[in-house]
Design a protein around this ligand. Sequence first.
Ligand code: NAD
Length: 329
Amino acid sequence: MLRFGVLGAGRIGKVHARTIAASGKARVAYLADAVPKAAADLAAEVGAEVASVEDIVKAKDVDAILIATPTPFHAEQIEAGSNAGKAVLCEKPVSLSVERIEQCLKVVEKNRTTLMIGFNRRFDPNFGALEKRIRQGAVGEVELATIISRDPAPPPADYVKSSGGLFRDMMIHDLDLARFLLGEEFVTVHALGSSLVDREIGAAGDVDTAAVHMQTASGKIAVITNSRRAAYGYDQRIEVHGSKGMLRAGNVHNTTVELATAEGFRGDPILHFFTERYGQAYANEVLAFIDAVTNGKQVSPSGKDGLQAQKLADAATESWKSGKPVKVA
Ligand SMILES: NC(=O)c1ccc[n+]([C@@H]2O[C@H](COP(=O)([O-])OP(=O)(O)OC[C@H]3O[C@@H](n4cnc5c(N)ncnc54)[C@H](O)[C@@H]3O)[C@@H](O)[C@H]2O)c1
């Protein structure tokens, strides 16, 4: 049984701790949170002991650390876990600074420890199946990928101020997905952004509506569109076009029930937000990490994937601000 220390008992920490506890292959030995009641409640639920971050990192009876604290703590907690020889699964992003990520990855590399980054969409059953079919050659040579990602409602402007902005906070998932689907690095990024949903988001120096075009060295193109609002729920779709055809994965609805009348066909709403839509993806992600660490397999997505997605998010932010395409090293 793999013994976890979980850092952070907030929205995503709860989801991951419950997966570990239900896995039958691992358990949450210790749990830490800056708010003692948050730690105590989740620890009681998953059968863990409450401890400090420092004690968890040092604990001899902890094999792996799951980091679900706010972003500014990720890099230092990855380094602490790695220096103590633990395998680490860290929520995205590693850091909002590319330099800080590079520094952190050097520590992990030096220690030769395991680091996986929580880009959960790679583990979504629909998107994962689509990617497998690309690799099997179902659409021949891939030429274009289109990713649509819209939140049901905008976050508070206060959240936006400390988030790093839409490209680093929200689009980072789609930037990683684009790399995952095309299997190549992007060399050019061109972004447009507006605040059309909430003026306060614009006043906070961010955008709530954005489109990005990216191109690989071989000429393949990815198009990503994001909005912080969709009247009909959490809109998550992919289309990949290639020399032999097209693959697409649509939204997942609450049920498959349809009502047909003279006015047309009507289905149920789509799954409301990320905890509902990606519930299975989060579980698959944690189970893949447990399997990799237990059986000595390579983890994916890696720290390098975290770094590349951040470089693309920085390039998109720069391109939106300058109005010019940006080259990515
Ligand atoms: N992959 C995804 O889809 C996804 C979804 C949500 C959040 N996230 C990421 O997960 C991280 C956490 O987000 P969240 O929405 O769960 O936030 P949250 O605010 O709900 O939870 C964070 C928790 O960490 C605790 N905390 C704060 N500082 C701490 C510290 N130094 N040590 C221990 N605990 C501390 C807080 O008290 C809180 O309970 C963020 O980096 C976010 O980007 C990823």
